[in-house]
Design a protein around this ligand. Structure first.
Ligand SMILES: Cc1cc2nc3c(=O)[nH]c(=O)nc-3n(C[C@H](O)[C@H](O)[C@H](O)COP(=O)(O)O)c2cc1C
Length: 445
């Protein structure tokens, strides 16, 4: 059975009156399927789009639609008392304005105002409503007060227009919720009294880019390698490693969420392709190198997150090895594979901004400096794989990022999804800083 990402988490799901309310049925189902206990609150307008009966059936609880006739004795004050998160999806322009002003005139606005837990909002509306200075100011106010804002995306809107304003798809919202709730780094809000909504450092960075209608990955082509590679010994056996691919997939998901054009070159994994990501499947290291070569044209950034086999069997057997024939000892002759990220780093023409990953067990800084220099990288992300709670196959990770001049930043233990968000933001910022520097240098020549 797959892992329950939200086991025993208590989530209050608030729905306001936008057409995207139908997507919240799927979100509700997904939260529950992943072990969360969900209580639903709806505005009167929301009930015109989806009936409370639907959410009652999905959540196995009565739905709160009215502050006066509270469902199952749960009132708007108590409902978030032991909740981990209050998620408003979709959040209409009208409700956002009410949240910003502290209005409490229905079940949702009252619950938000009385909230004892962090609040996530997923706005959904027509583009003109979204870019109206009133809505922008309301979103800014809410963000400053510590609301987590999952910015809408571009696409076809219910009104028939196309543009920015569509509620983020269910998978993105789900990933975001998981990233917040699976954060093992103690978030400051947990220690704060219920009335203080959070304004922690890292989650603020998480929301920062997503608040902007045009996220800062837009216009960038990013190629990411992920997962292990497999080198054949014979038709039945392979040399591989413990990489699960989770980190690379999370990076791809977050880069796409920030608007980048993402190609994920993946070794064998059991992971689903992230939304809006082009995936190229490979098995061996040399196939991965070929795929990188074919995808690299016009790439602004290449991130080598795959755990590529250093060696392959020179001549894999065409038939299965039999131990009766090989005897007590078996010697395999191996040959070095080309180092993919080093190949990219040493390109003479159109070299993209090149980021490597390294799994180390000791001498971290020394190894990082050596690899940056040898592979000609712009950044290297170092993971300590000697800690079994992070790294290979776990859902958590911690990383230290080095550049040619030493440590750039360090991220403590957190979910891979959240780390991916912060890393992608950092990588894009460093890429842009380098581009600006190059432009300034060429102007001054
Ligand atoms: C068909 C239809 C679709 C709507 N979709 C949205 C929407 O996506 N976003 C939004 O902010 N308002 C939308 N509205 C307007 C809201 O329903 C309206 O502002 C309402 O007062 C919101 O109430 P609430 O915030 O209390 O739920 C829509 C209205 C209609 C009739």
């Amino acid at each position: 059975m797959s892992q329950l990402l939200l086991q025993n988490r208590k989530i209050v799901l608030a729905i306001t009156g936008g057409i995207a309310a139908y997507k919240t049925c799927e979100l509700c189902r997904k939260l529950i399927k992943n072990g969360a206990q969900v209580r639903v609150v709806m505005t009167e307008a929301a009930c015109k789009f989806v009936t409370p009966a639907t959410f009652a059936a999905l959540s196995h609880h009565e739905v709160m639609t009215d502050v006066f006739g509270d469902a199952e004795g749960i009132d708007h004050i108590a409902i978030t008392n032991d909740a981990d998160l209050l998620v408003v999806a979709p959040a209409t322009a009208n409700s956002l304005a009410k949240f910003a002003c502290g209005i409490a005139d229905n079940a949702v606005t009252t619950t938000v105002l009385a909230s004892a837990c962090p609040v996530v909002v997923a706005p959904a509306m027509n583009t003109r409503m979204l870019i109206n200075p009133a809505t922008k100011a309301n979103l800014k106010t809410l963000q400053e007060r510590g609301f987590y804002i999952i910015a809408p995306e571009e696409g076809d809107l219910a009104c028939g227009d196309s543009g920015m304003g569509r509620m983020r798809n269910v998978d993105d919202i789900f990933a975001y919720i998981c990233a917040l709730l699976n954060d093992h780094v103690a978030l400051p809000y947990q220690a704060l009294p219920p009335t203080c909504l959070p304004s922690p450092q890292e989650p603020a960075a998480l929301t920062q880019t997503k608040l902007l209608p045009k996220s800062h990955g837009a216009g960038l082509k990013i190629v990411i390698t992920a997962g292990p590679t497999e080198e054949s010994i014979d038709p039945a056996r392979v040399i591989t490693n413990k990489s699960s691919g989770k980190m690379g997939y999370a990076l791809a998901q977050m880069a796409a969420t920030m608007g980048a054009d993402v190609t994920l070159i993946s070794g064998p994994t059991h992971l689903a392709t992230p939304n809006n990501v082009k995936r190229v499947d490979v098995t061996t290291a040399s196939q991965m190198l070929d795929a990188v070569k074919s995808q690299i044209g016009q790439a602004n950034i290449v991130i080598g997150c795959a755990a590529v086999a250093d060696y392959r069997v020179i001549e894999p057997m065409s038939t299965k090895l039999k131990k009766e024939e090989t005897g007590e000892f078996l010697t395999l002759e191996l040959v070095k594979n080309e180092d993919i990220i080093s190949y990219v780093g040493h390109l003479d023409e159109d070299r993209p901004f090149t980021v490597g990953f390294a799994a180390e067990t000791d001498h971290f800084e020394e190894n990082a400096r050596e690899k940056i220099a040898n592979k000609n990288l712009d950044l290297i992300v170092l993971n300590d794989v000697s800690d079994p709670e992070i790294g290979f196959n776990s859902n958590d990770n911690a990383a230290t990022v080095y550049g040619p001049n030493g440590i750039v930043t360090s991220f403590g233990k957190m979910s891979k999804v959240k780390l991916a968000d912060l890393l992608i933001e950092l990588i894009i910022a460093e890429y842009k800083a380098k581009k600006h520097q190059e432009q300034d240098d060429s102007k001054s020549k």
